[in-house]
Design a protein around this ligand. Structure first.
Ligand SMILES: Cc1ncc(COP(=O)(O)O)c(C=O)c1O
Length: 469
């Protein structure tokens, strides 16, 4: 498309002719068939306001990242002060900056005990990419050049760069991009409602997931499998907290085959599940932890690959063999990200947002169960902390999903938007997902439930009217 410079373009027109939007139907969007962009202008608390002046509840905190809510001037001021003082310097070869040093010490104190050092990036995707490089380096140092495969779960989400996108287990993110790469495998999704056999307890299903992982590692050859990566509670695949006992059973299999555990804490980290980290909520024993989103509440891009002591010790041995650790980005350890993160964590810890996620999240799940669990189109209401999903089904008894392309979740999300609230229909399955800012109050939860109920009723009536149900 040639750039139209003939007349004064509106912002909407300029957007359509100049931006490649992520996860968007490119042609339909560029042609205007999807309507105008929704240009966001400002925000306050759990609300975001667009250029039409519409004040919307953001029940997904952007992309589950604005944990402290919008409009926190403390963070804006910390960024401003740091930008005046030192906007940038790299962190190669021991160069550093004060907010980064203080931040690293602070995050390691919040993390499980064995965590040792942090490497910084800009996104969850690049941080997971770094984790894989670290794992490969680790096995090269140990003289195990064949121990390189990574196992993730089907419907996992770990990002969309080439390796992180390979570890992501949602087919729609693979098909047009020649992914996954050949060294990545996927195992059973730990979602009891969908994948447990009739009558199987959560504990038995957890054991089955572990047995499936064990069988996969045996089939591949334990000498070829380097690491297992998992979100403590699965997010973008449909908000799926693990069945009871899952991580303990998985850990036994990983220990047996000397396979490292990478906990992808990009969503769960910094309070979302009711503890500082999902690894603590589920008593996981990760060797590496990936952090992003809640580290700065999205105010500035910043991510981290946290390395546990066991891995760190081997990385150091690598210096003798390989010399310099030749991995790094221009923006690794950016001072503005670090300053934003410090101010953000002052709020997260000062206002006990992990505690609020537990209390108010517990209330949100209870209310959602009370209002939606018996609805004829609802198969399951599930969640942990301030993460929740409502899954829709055509048949409550058989759990049969609606036939594509009908996605009730997308219809309800559209209706919610008309009613003043952003919620997210997840990219696979038929789940409507909630991950509001962690500053949410019980009254605001009531409002979220109320808008969802009104929207679901409207969609249900329409489906009944046109004979779909
Ligand atoms: C668990 C998890 N890991 C990694 C990522 C990728 O993060 P980013 O989009 O910042 O690359 C996401 C993004 O939603 C995520 O949910």
């Amino acid at each position: 498309m040639t750039l139209d410079t003939a007349h004064n373009l509106t912002l909407e027109e300029m957007d359509r002719q100049s931006i490649v939007h992520p996860n968007t139907d490119l042609k339909a969007y560029a042609s205007g068939a999807l309507g105008d962009p929704q240009i966001m202008e400002t925000g306050h608390g759990i609300h975001i306001v667009d250029s039409q002046g519409r004040d919307l509840i953001d029940a997904f905190a952007g992309l589950y990242c604005v944990n402290v809510g919008y409009g926190r001037t403390e963070i804006a001021e910390a960024i401003y002060e740091q930008a005046k003082k030192l906007p940038y310097f790299h962190t190669y070869r021991g160069a550093s900056n004060e907010p980064l040093i203080r931040l690293s010490d602070r995050v390691l104190r919040m993390a499980p005990e064995n965590m040792s050092k942090i490497y910084y990036g800009m996104s969850g995707s690049d941080a997971n990419e770094t984790q894989v490089k670290i794992v490969w380096y680790y096995n090269n140092v140990l003289g195990r050049p064949n121990k390189k495969k990574i196992i993730a779960r089907r419907f996992a989400y770990h990002g969309l760069t080439i390796l992180s996108g390979s570890m992501t287990g949602i087919p729609s993110f693979h098909q047009a991009f020649d992914l996954p790469l050949p060294m990545v495998r996927h195992t059973t999704t730990p979602h009891h409602y969908r994948y447990a056999e009739e009558g199987m307890s959560e504990r038995d299903f957890a054991r089955k997931c572990a047995a499936d992982l064990d069988a996969l590692i045996e089939e591949e050859g334990p000498e070829t499998v380097a690491a297992f990566i998992g979100e403590p509670a699965m997010g973008t695949g449909g908000i799926m907290p693990p069945p009871e006992g899952y991580w303990g059973e998985i850990q036994k299999v990983l220990d047996k085959h000397d396979v490292l555990l990478i906990a992808d804490e990009v969503v769960c980290g910094f309070g979302r599940t009711g503890s500082n980290f999902g690894s603590q909520t589920y008593d996981m024993k990760p060797d590496l932890m990936t952090i992003a989103k809640g580290l700065t509440s999205g105010y500035v891009p910043l991510s981290g690959s946290i390395v546990g002591e066991r891995v760190w010790e081997v990385l150091c041995r690598g210096s003798e063999q390989f010399g310099i650790f030749t991995h790094g980005y221009t923006y690794s350890g950016h001072p503005l990200g670090a300053a934003a993160a410090m101010a953000n964590l002052d709020i997260v810890e000062g206002e006990d947002l992990a505690g609020n996620a537990k209390r108010t999240g517990g209330y949100m799940l209870k209310r959602m169960n009370q209002v939606f669990a018996d609805h004829p189109l609802v198969g399951e209401v599930r969640g942990v902390g301030l993460l929740a999903a409502i899954e829709f089904v055509a048949d409550k008894k058989t759990k049969q999903a609606f036939e594509a392309p009908l996605r009730v979740s997308a219809k309800v999300a559209e209706e919610c938007l008309k009613n003043g609230m952003i919620v997210r229909a997840m990219p696979s399955g038929d789940a409507l997902a909630y991950a509001p800012p962690l500053v949410i109050t019980p009254d605001e939860v009531d409002r979220i439930v109320e808008i969802t109920e009104k929207s679901l009723t409207k969609v249900t009536d329409e489906l009944a009217r046109d004979g779909t149900i």
